[in-house]
Design a protein around this ligand. Sequence first.
Ligand SMILES: [Mn+2]
Length: 328
Amino acid sequence: MKKTGETPQFSQPATFMRAPLVGLDDIKPGMTVISGAPHSMRDRFGERYGPRGIRDSSMPIADKLRNAAEQGVVDLSTGKTLLPPSETRLVDVGDFNMYPADVMKTTEGIAGGVAEVVGRGGFSVCLGGDHYVGYPSCLGYTRALREAQPNAKVGYIHIDGHLDFADGYGPYGKYMNGTNARRISELDAIVPSSMVFIGIQGPCYLDQVEDIRRLGGTIFTSEDIEEMGPEAVARRAGELAMKGCDYIYMSFDIDVIDAGFSEGTGSVTMGAMTPRTLFKLLGPLSEIPIGSMDLVETSPPLDPTSRTPRMAAEALLKLIAPKIFDIH
Ligand SMILES: [Mn+2]
């Protein structure tokens, strides 16, 4: 983002979009704050390398923008020009404390870190890690929010190939990457009837579908997106998630994209959304009042082409562009 001198993309420590690496005390209200939660417990493994991989894959994008910074870049589909602002609105605080053999301690590491970011007025973007990370990230967000506004209500948007609404999962128990949305539904600030699931693909566990419907939540499958169009789904999801709520928390699992495009993820989906459709969905979603978010399940070791972390970086940039660029 900032001009960092003449360095090629493989040079210098990787931060997201070459954002300055800062401490928590440097966060100013309105900043977009990238953090990492390199946690993974099962499946094909490797999601713990997600934060590092996404940061790495964002470097060539940052350099492309840096080289164009004088005049900015233009999005020909919208006619809008993106210009990096004179003072950066994007920072990277590195990774939160992880305890690979103690999931509850890791939970507090992430929740405590996100609460610090949000408490200082930052828009928190926590990079996973497997999808369990979504729960502690949302826990930290609602904790800090409720400290400032004790009655704040939060809706939830879950972009994912899967529902992740199990109460427990075999030997992994209640705190793993299949129970995260359920744990979020139990938080005081969350309004379960304002939980919206987008991009669900393939067979789902019947009890999870029934539980979500019983609570009043909404599910848009990848087929719904094809039929209704991604823009319409995004707008409807924004309305549903804001119903009776002040803000939205967003949890974004990269496995919402078809495995043909991004195989580097723990639980692949076949016949799912294309990147083009996803980007059309993210445009309108970038304009709704999301309070904080996570981006999870990127597993760089499973993708020798690095397409998956690159996809994650580009998708995230699409979502946060209105916050970090001057748009004309
Ligand atoms: Mn998931």
